[in-house]
Write a protein that binds this ligand. Structure first.
Ligand SMILES: C[S@@+](CC[C@H](N)C(=O)[O-])C[C@H]1O[C@@H](n2cnc3c(N)ncnc32)[C@H](O)[C@@H]1O
Length: 350
C-alpha cells in the first residue's frame, strides 16, 4: 500500500491512481493503464492502487488518463492512502484531508465490490450525510464544480482519498447504476440498459429513438429485445430458443427462429445487438460483417472473455475492428457493472 498519512504534511497529496473494478479483473486494470503501471501496483479484491507522479490536490483531477479509454475500470481517482487513528471520529481527519484537495462539487464514499467491501458500505452510508455537512460548513462544496471527492474505505480505518473530474470519470459512484427494470424477462436486460445509458447518455435522440428498427441476435429469453421495445424500437428477435411472454408482450417484436451467424435482415436496420455466447473473435467477425455490409448502422454487442489474457484478447479484437472498418468507426468497450466475465462494446460507423 502507498505510504499512509493522516493529515496535512506539506507533501503533494496525490501520488496514487486508485481504480475500482470487478473482483478478479485487477490485472486487466493494471494492464490497460500501461506497462509503466505494473511496477509498484497493488491489487486488492475489486481495486488496484498504482503509484503516480505526485501532484497537488488542485491539479490531481486533471491528471488522470481518459476514463472512456479504459474498459475494465468502473471508477477511478487520483489521491493518496489514509489511516484514521481513532475510529470514534472519522469525520474530522477526513475533513482535514479533504481540504488538501480544494473545493469539490460532489463527494462519493466508496467501497470495493466484494463481500468485505460491501460490509464497509454500511459505514459509508452512515458517514455520507455528516461528512457532506462538514464539507459544506468548511466551504468546500461548490454545486457547479465538476470535481469529485472520493473516499474509498478498504476497512473501517484505512483507505484512499482523492479526486476525479466528472467530465472524465465514472457516471455512477463505484460504476454502479441504479436501474429500474421491473418485469424484465432476464437479468441480461440490465446489461443492455446500462450499456445504452453509458454509451449514449440519457438523451440519445438521434442515435436511438422510437420508430427505429433493430435486430437482436441471440435474443432469448428476451431481455435485450424487451429493453429496445420499451424504447419504442421495432425488433426482430433471432434465436432458436423461445422468447418469454414478457418480451413478446412488449409489442413491436417479431420472433425469428434462426441461426445468429447466418441470419440476414431483409433490409438494413438502425441497430443490431448481439449477446450470443460464443468465442469473442467469432462474435466480432459477425459484427464486422454487419457493419461492413451496412446491414446496421450501430451495434451493441457482448464479448464473453476467455479465462486468460483477457485484456490482450480484447485489445486484439478492438484493433482488428478498427483496422478493418477504418478510422470512421467509433468503438468503445466497457465491462459494465452488470457484466460478468464479459465486456459490452458499442460500435458505429460515422
Ligand atoms: C446470454 S443468452 C442471451 C440473453 C438475452 N440477451 C436476454 O437479454 O435475455 C444467449 C442466447 O444466444 C443464443 N444463441 C447462441 N448461439 C446462437 C446461434 N448460433 N444462433 C442463435 N442464437 C444463439 C442462445 O440460444 C441464448 O438464448
Amino acid at each position: 500500500m502507498a505510504s499512509e498519512r493522516g493529515g496535512s504534511s506539506g507533501a503533494p497529496p496525490a501520488d496514487t491512481i486508485v481504480v475500482l473494478c470487478r473482483s478478479g479483473f485487477e490485472a486487466e486494470c493494471i494492464a490497460e493503464l500501461g506497462s509503466s503501471s505494473a511496477s509498484g501496483a497493488v491489487s486488492g479484491g475489486g481495486f488496484v492502487s498504482i503509484p503516480a507522479e505526485p501532484r497537488s490536490g488542485d491539479e490531481a483531477a486533471l491528471r488522470l488518463p481518459r476514463f472512456r479509454g479504459l474498459a475494465f475500470a468502473r471508477d477511478r481517482f487520483l489521491g493518496r492512502a489514509f489511516r484514521i487513528a481513532d475510529p470514534s471520529d472519522r469525520i474530522s481527519p477526513l475533513l482535514s484531508l479533504a481540504r488538501e484537495f480544494g473545493p469539490i462539487g460532489t463527494v462519493w464514499l466508496q467501497h470495493a465490490d466484494t463481500e468485505d467491501g460491501r460490509s464497509v458500505g454500511r459505514l459509508c452510508q452512515r458517514l455520507q450525510a455528516r461528512f457532506e455537512g462538514g464539507l459544506g460548513k468548511a466551504g468546500l462544496l461548490r454545486a457547479a464544480s465538476p470535481r469529485r471527492l472520493h473516499v474509498l474505505f478498504l476497512d473501517g480505518t484505512h483507505g484512499f482519498i482523492g479526486v476525479s473530474d466528472a467530465r472524465n470519470g465514472a457516471r455512477w459512484s463505484m460504476g454502479i447504476p441504479r436501474l429500474r427494470l421491473a418485469g424484465a424477462p432476464s437479468r441480461s436486460a440490465s446489461k443492455l440498459e446500462e450499456g445504452l445509458l453509458w454509451f449514449l447518455g440519457d438523451d440519445p435522440k438521434g442515435l436511438l429513438a422510437p420508430g427505429m428498427s433493430a435486430v437482436d441476435l441471440g435474443a432469448a429469453p428476451g431481455g435485450w429485445t424487451w429493453v429496445l421495445a420499451r424504447r419504442g424500437l421495432r425488433v426482430s428477435a433471432v434465436d432458436h430458443g423461445r422468447l418469454s411472454a414478457a418480451a413478446l408482450d412488449a409489442g413491436l417484436v417479431n420472433y425469428v427462429s434462426a441461426d445468429a451467424f447466418t441470419y440476414r435482415p431483409q433490409r438494413p436496420v438502425d441497430w443490431m445487438v448481439c449477446d450470443v455466447v460464443d468465442k469473442p473473435a467469432r462474435t466480432a467477425a459477425l459484427v464486422q460483417r454487419w457493419l461492413q455490409q451496412r446491414w446496421c448502422r450501430r451495434t451493441v454487442f457482448n464479448l464473453k472473455l476467455p479465462m486468460k489474457q483477457r485484456h490482450a484478447e480484447l485489445q486484439r479484437i478492438l484493433a482488428r475492428l478498427l483496422q478493418d472498418l477504418g478510422p470512421g468507426l467509433r468503438l468503445e468497450a466497457r465491462q459494465l457493472y452488470h457484466d460478468r466475465e464479459e465486456v459490452t462494446v458499442f460500435a458505429t460507423l460515422g
